[in-house]
Design a protein around this ligand. Structure first.
Ligand code: HMH
Length: 222
């Protein structure tokens, strides 16, 4: 029988909050086909701003993976794949915004977004351990993967014009990438001190809360 990993323990323990982030009313409304298009446009514009702030954070995780020296496991390459995907994602946001008539240059970040971006910035510094930053990175990517994959299940009624968006994060290869991030995190946690494990778990909870607030904002509930 396979050993229960730290992330498995956390996901069981925090299942309620995790489901709150991956099965949010905003995601349910896409999946049920009754999404308000203005809510979708809000999400699109705000997420573009978020992704721009996400880039330096992911770059900092990459740096920490490299400096962690014992990278015989290919952490750097997995994270570099994430950076490359973000480059593609930014082009996609521009294309998609044009399609929906969303003017990206005039988007003002809302409070929940500002707070989330500030949280990302707080994780960039060298005083934040690789393990802690990697946990945040894994959680951020995985919540989107799980949320949008939910909108692509056989019984979903996702509007055809939103399928491509859901595919971006809900596709299988993004899922495999998230699994690679999870393996990186579990390998790090396996050798981490109790202090780092405690910090990393608290960071996971903060990510889950920020993701819920981000969906709430998009859904027009703030
Ligand atoms: C708010 N969380 C948010 N936006 C994203 N694009 C992702 C996670 C995944 O990259």
């Amino acid at each position: 029988q396979a050993k229960i990993t730290v992330t498995e323990t956390w996901l069981r323990k925090h299942r309620h909050l995790y489901d709150g982030a991956t099965r949010h009313p905003f995601i349910r409304s896409i999946r049920d086909g009754n999404i308000n298009i203005s809510a979708f446009k809000t999400w699109l514009g705000q997420d573009y701003i978020f992704v721009r702030a996400f880039v330096p954070f992911v770059a900092s995780v990459l740096t920490k993976a490299y400096k962690g020296s014992d990278d015989g496991n290919g952490d750097v390459e997995v994270i570099l794949g994430g950076v490359a995907a973000l480059h593609d994602e930014i082009s996609w946001f521009k294309k998609e915004a044009f399609k929906w008539g969303v003017q990206l240059s005039s988007i003002v970040p809302q409070k929940a977004n500002q707070e989330y971006c500030r949280f990302l910035e707080s994780l960039i510094g060298p005083e934040v351990e690789y393990t802690v930053a990697a946990v945040a990175f894994w959680a951020i990517e995985t919540i989107y993967q799980q949320s949008f994959a939910h909108c692509l299940e056989d019984d979903s009624k996702t509007p055809p014009e939103l399928k491509e968006t859901c595919q971006r994060w809900g596709n299988e290869s993004f899922g495999e990438y998230c699994n690679s991030l999870r393996n990186i995190v579990d390998r790090q946690l396996e050798k981490a001190s109790d202090d780092v494990i405690t910090k990393a778990e608290a960071t996971l909870l903060r990510v889950l809360e920020h993701e819920v607030d981000f969906w709430n904002m998009s859904h027009g509930r703030t």
